[in-house]
Structure formats: C-alpha cells, structure tokens
Design a protein. Structure first.
Length: 279
C-alpha cells in the first residue's frame, strides 16, 4: 500500500528520510547495486503475485514498457512508450510535491515519479510512493487511453478545485486509480496501482474478506479511507470504458452532490493519532 500524494515536498529528501537519485546532464540516473537488487526482488515477487489477477489492459501496458527485471528502469525509456501510446511522459520528482504541482503535472499528461526506491527493510509497505509503485503500479495503465484520459481530467479538476473539493476528489482517485477493480470476461481483475504494487493488497483485494461494490462515483466520493491498512472496500467498474465516460461527466457537480450528502461511516477503526492516515 502506498499513499496518494496529499502534500509533497520540493526538497531532495522524502518525508521518511529517503534521498532521491538525481539524473545527470543526459537525464540518466546511476542507480547503485543495492537499489537495482531491490528492484529485481520487487519485480520477481510481484510478477508472480499478479498473475491471473490483473486486467488485460495492465498486462498489455506492461508488455509495451518491457520493464527490466534486473535494474531500475530509466525514465527516458518509459517516456518513449508512454508518448507513443497516449502522449504521456513521466516527470522526475524528488519526493512528495505540493498539491498544485501534482495536479499541474497530471493535467499536462506528465506522471510524477519519485526517483528513490524503498529499502530492503521496507519491501512490503512504504508511507509514500517510490519509483517501483509509480512505474510498476501505474505506468502500464497509462498506456490505456481511458485510464490516461481520466487521470489527466483529474489533474485539471484538481487545479481548479478548492481545498475541500480536493479532499473529496482524493477519495475518487484513491478508489479508482489507486485501488480500483474491474469486471472482465475473464473475471474480476485489478487495475489500481496501489493494489498492483503491493503483494498483500493484491491477494486481499480479490479475496472474500473485503466488500466489493459496483462503482458509483458519488458513493466513491463519499467513502472515507485509510492509507495504512488493507482496504475494507473496493469499487468495481463494469468496464474500463467507464473511466472514459466519467471523464465526460461534470465531475465537480458530482463532488458537490457528494459533499452535500456527507461521508459514509468508516469501515475501519480510527488511525493512530500519529499516522494521520485517513481522508
């Protein structure tokens, strides 16, 4: 599990102490052997876990990206594929970035990627998104037009939204881009990057433990969440084309209707005070 970028730093150090790897004049990052070994461990483990559990659109994107197994990929290699498929590219960021910057990047079809990778001691859970989460979890789906369009629409809406509206929008992002499921002819599958980059969440999401509800944007906008637990509820799309249709709707009208109705009761216990991990 990883967090949606609620507030981000512009410094080269992350909130949890990680230091970003900065590119040279040619945009190349020299990743140390330990980081490459961590990438290899994460790739091998997660490729096994997602088999038969992720949607075909994700698998198609993963094939297009041809991510290396033994080293952290260079962003320029990712960009070539994204630009050729949906016109997107990555944006190298040091860690968490300000809300406005996050929305500006998405609206410009640029997906922020923090250039650090988790330590071997934190393979299973990280409080902020690292390069594995962003590249393996999200970039394959950004080769899909419906997903890419919805993500850019979210960025444009976030730029113009008030702080309260952004909190509501964050719930929609969390329950789609990060933790969304979709029904397919092959069965229920995962498309959300927060699930795909987490072995525990991948197994949990399709089990009988959490609740699965048909996706309704107003209901999603009213659903509180915590970032530090396995999700108790997932919304399920009928088809990824639903994201395309949603992009064509007046999402801010849906936000205002959801705000007027109020939040649903949480399906989880309160987070520890120090965690500040609900919304």
């Amino acid at each position: 599990m990883t967090t949606i970028p609620h507030a981000r730093l512009s410094d080269v150090a992350s909130k949890t102490g990680y230091r970003a790897r900065l590119p040279d004049a040619n945009g190349h990052i020299a990743w140390p052997d330990e980081d490459n070994a961590t990438w290899q461990t994460l790739m091998q483990r997660q490729l096994d876990v997602i088999e038969g559990r992720v949607c075909q659109e994700y698998l198609d994107g993963l094939e297009r990206l041809a991510l290396p197994l033994d080293r952290v990929p260079q962003l320029a290699d990712i960009d070539r594929v994204l630009k050729a498929t949906t016109g997107w590219e990555t944006a190298q960021v040091p860690a968490l970035i300000p809300f406005n910057t996050f929305f500006e990047l998405l609206a410009a079809h640029r997906f922020p990627v923090a250039t650090f990778i988790r330590s071997p001691q934190e393979l299973d859970y990280l409080k902020e998104p690292d390069i594995f989460h962003e590249i393996f979890g999200h970039c394959p789906m950004l080769t899909n037009p419906a997903f890419a369009e919805f993500t850019a629409t979210y960025g444009r809406l976030g730029l113009a939204a008030s702080p309260k509206e952004r909190v509501s929008l964050a719930r929609l992002y969390w329950l789609t881009v990060e933790f969304g499921l979709v029904d397919t002819p092959q069965g229920r599958r995962i498309y959300g990057g927060g699930i795909i980059s987490s072995p525990k969440e991948t197994l949990h999401a399709l089990s009988d433990t959490p609740d699965h509800l048909p996706f309704d944007p107003i209901e999603a906008l009213r659903t509180p969440y915590r970032i530090d637990i396995l999700q108790p509820l997932y919304y399920v799309l009928d088809d990824l084309a639903t994201l395309h249709d949603l992009s064509r709707q007046d999402i801010m009208d849906l936000v205002h209707r959801a705000m007027a109705l109020g939040l649903h009761a949480p399906r989880f216990s309160p987070a520890p005070h120090s965690a500040q991990a609900s919304a």
